[in-house]
Write a protein that binds this ligand. Sequence first.
Ligand code: FES
Length: 170
Amino acid sequence: MENWIDVGSVDEFSATSLKRVTVMNREFAFSYKDGTFGVLSNTCNHAGGPLGKGRLDGEYIVCPWHNWKFHRCSGKGEPGFEDDCVPAYSVKVENGHVLIDLNSATKRHKKPHPPHPLARKVERAPGPLRLAVPQLRWTATIHVSPALIICSITLSRRLANSRLRPGSSG
Ligand code: FES
C-alpha cells in the first residue's frame, strides 16, 4: 500500500542539487537535476556514509566518504557495479509540493566482496608478548592525508572502473 508523505515545497527542494532530508525519523538523499527529483536512502552500501552529504556526478550521487557512486533515481551502483544498490523511493510533485512514497523502497543489495585482510580474526599466537614495532615506525614516519586513505574494496572498484571507461588504458 502506498504511503505518500509531503516533504516540502518544490521551491525548497529544487534550490539545491543534493541534500540530506529526515522524514519520519528516516534519512534520505534528495537530488534534483534537470527538473526531476531522485530519492535514495541516505546510507551508503559500503560503510554507511551519508549520501545526501555527497555530490552529484552526472546522474550519480558520489558518497563523500570513499566515492562510491549510486544512480540518483534507481539507486543502482555505477556501471560495472549495478548489483550494489541502495533503496530508491518513488517521488512526485503535486500542487507545488514534493511527495515521496515511504513504502516504495527498492531492495538494498550489497554485492559480495572479499573481507578486508585487516578484518581477520585476531588470535594470540603462542610465545612471549610482542609489539608490532614495524607498524608503529611506519605510522610515525609516514604522513598521509586522511583523504588519501582508501580501503582495498574501494581501490579495486576504482581500478575496475578505470578499465571500463572508453579510452582508458588502465
Ligand atoms: S561509505 Fe560510502 S563509499 Fe565508503
